[in-house]
Design a protein around this ligand. Sequence first.
Ligand SMILES: NC(=O)c1ccc[n+]([C@@H]2O[C@H](COP(=O)([O-])OP(=O)(O)OC[C@H]3O[C@@H](n4cnc5c(N)ncnc54)[C@H](OP(=O)(O)O)[C@@H]3O)[C@@H](O)[C@H]2O)c1
Length: 261
Amino acid sequence: MRITIHGATGRMGQSVARLASAEGARIVGAVASPSSKALGRDVGELAGAGTAGVEITADTASALLGADVVIDFATASALPRLVTLAARAKVAVVSGTTRLDEAGERALTEASKVVPVLWAPNTSVGVQVLAELVTLAAKKLGLGFDVEIVEAHHRAKIDAPSGTAERLRRAVDEARQDLRPVYGREGNVGPRKPEEIAVLALRGGDVIGDHTVHFLGAGERLELTHRATSRDLFARGALAAARFIRGRAPGRYTMVDVLGG
Ligand SMILES: NC(=O)c1ccc[n+]([C@@H]2O[C@H](COP(=O)([O-])OP(=O)(O)OC[C@H]3O[C@@H](n4cnc5c(N)ncnc54)[C@H](OP(=O)(O)O)[C@@H]3O)[C@@H](O)[C@H]2O)c1
């Protein structure tokens, strides 16, 4: 499988570059932003994985040449252009970039008419299972339990709340359509309203990603938690997703498809 990494100089991009060959992938292209300090450097050397023979470039179209799949962990604003070029070059897309706006969503759907497209705000198996448990708990515990979501990430993360926290909120929503999100509380907010579901973000240190969904009832509470201890977990999931969608029919796919759920 030949891959291009979009966001190749970032934390996730480098993790994908380090794991690629062990996961049966050959890197044929590597993209960073036009202002990247790493343009012209070898993507494998930058990641500490030995020479890959592929220079990091800001020229996305040429980096896609010869690729089966592009794996994207970059920034939401760069996504529409990437997927438009990928569709034109008939390259499948796996994107783990979070906090997509409407333009990003639209671009993914447009591209999926031409190539297979998988977008996942969290590419770990554990989070997928957590999401299923959260829906089950929300359904079984019902209206008597208040639901709140807390996530923690490293100090360099630029968006909040995390894409995974939003994914978990949607998992609650599958069983509880009565809830409305609240993204923080301050001042005289009054007693908690039954229809609230707070999604709260902690930032600091080198936390890779922790998520807890709290179900708070009268006399008891249930907490469902996932903790990521290595970024490689997400990179492995993205490479598994790339193997899964390579050669498939055009359309939208999710991690549920990859995991056979
Ligand atoms: N789905 C998951 O499981 C998962 C897991 C972890 C993170 N994420 C998400 O993945 C994304 C990246 O996270 P990260 O921690 O790796 O971020 P990061 O370390 O800041 O890396 C961002 C990468 O994007 C590149 N980039 C920025 N603007 C670009 C542009 N216009 N065109 C092409 N490349 C561009 C950067 O290149 P230069 O700075 O060198 O120019 C860098 O390589 C975030 O949205 C994050 O939330 C998802």
